[in-house]
Design a protein around this ligand. Sequence first.
Ligand code: AGP
Length: 613
Amino acid sequence: MCGIVGYIGNKKASPILLNGLSYLEYRGYDSAGIAVIEVNDIVVKKDKGRVKNLSSLNGINELKSSIGIAHTRWATHGKPSMENSHPHMDNSSTFCVVHNGIIENYNELKEFLISKGYNFISQTDTEVIPNLIHYHYYNKCKSSENRFLCAVKSAINDLVGSYALEIISNLYPDRIIVVRKDSPLVIGKSENENYISSDIPAILSYTKNFYLLDDNEFAVIYNDHIDFFDENLCMHNKEIKNIEWSASAADKNGFEDYMLKEIYEQPQAIRETIGTKLSNETSCLFDDLKISADYLKTINKIYIVACGTAMHAGLVGKTLFEKLCKIQTEVDIASEFRYRNPIIDDKTLCIYISQSGETADTIAALKLAKLNGARTLAISNVIGSSITREADYTIYTHAGPEIAVASTKAYTSQVVLIAILAIFFAELLGSCDKNIISELKSDIIELPIKIEELLNNVDKIKEFAKTVYTQKDMFFLGRGIDYCTAMEGSLKLKEISYIHSEAYASGELKHGPIALIENGIIVIGIITDSNLVEKSISNLQEVITRGAKTLIITNQNIGNLNFDNVINIPSTNALISPILAIIPLQLLSYYISKNKGLDVDKPRNLAKSVTVE
Ligand code: AGP
């Protein structure tokens, strides 16, 4: 949940580190710090608060070094403070570390180190690491040929938990050592300089050539070369990957916030995600997905497992797989799935959805399914992310980097990709009428144009946001597939506007929650399924009678009823209507948040990828 950056080369390191951190702030933003080696001494500058506070610290602009590491923090152990900010040093100021992840046995390690005479300044789990490195350097690794690496490796052997680590030492001012386990880390290679980061976009303006470090793999990074070692410290060669994203993909490109930019990128993100996989003339085709009809015929259940917005995309997927493929499909929250002994075996296909591909619960849930003999398929937006390395099969959304904490283009791209996957399965199984599939394909192909239409007409939603941004509570109601949209709309509102909201299946309201409906409360109704129009309208009338003010998002003919506000969206197949219905709701949350003067891209208490449990 933290962001780390590193640089070694021939340029001044500090501006590069600060620039990288500003891109990684979405991963955590309660404190930030950098460490560089200035004439054989490690200099650390850090404080609580955002990267811009760090940039204005005394002396930071005077740092001349061309080797350094940096960190932006989302506090887990110890409150945001200067002492708890990274980087952390050992007692002798010889080894300096930044860490993303959690060390579960840090108390035990701390006690051991205290018994050996070490002191601790912070409450963090991380501070044990530089001290352990120091301990091993002067004990176990005294006579090792590669003494620095030996000390790092020995320290790693003591750790239980997750980590992406960058380590520098004033004894070795020509190198940075990095290692990871269950937390992301990439190395960007350039001419006589190398970059390190938690994700690709943060350093995309410097290079397009990346090494994606594996779990338990070490890299010793110099300015002109990199040595890779496996967990037994045997050196090996590593393949470099060329990443095609353009550097501007990680910029705001004239938009006020990343979230707004990403909302407007949805037509393109969907076009890229459709790619060549779907066309009206031929059957769906996934280039690298070696799933056969014979295998699909053996499946009796699909599980879709994910967290947050990705889980909401999974809920739409359930309807698609059940309707088109006639395979029973269950959706579960990853943090629940992993601890409830789900019934899975070799006849279960488990699909994991994760924009970042680094969500700890989703990865653990995937590992569990593998242990139980199920095949696993990952859907991710990040090439080479952890989830894609664990899964038997991977397919990618091509939404481009998503920086805003609130997910928008990743969600709509996920739903599109799952729809194409369900069609692909249905075509292999012959489980669905060809005309239904053909119409659905046309509807998917038309989605980008329809989203553009929606994005060209935002005035009504902007106006509505102005009238409701002071509300304390809101309700989102929908039936069938519209209930999925209600849930996603409600999550968007909560996370960036801090307005309490609930999503309900409209028919369920009268079983309790209707007691909360009082004069003036805002109820947002979604109606896109022609089979459920009358029923949805009746449920909405029940809340209007009790004083609710309504906003209806619909592509159905709902007549001239007593709704306060209606937003008409383009018509499409109900199975994929969440992709269109969510657009006004994304915008509503965005404009409410702006009206409240909040930080849209970095809402309080949140981080973009939740790499801890
Ligand atoms: C989305 O707006 C949220 N910030 C959050 O629910 C997110 O979707 C969830 O944490 C899952 O992330 P992932 O897709 O990277 O696994």
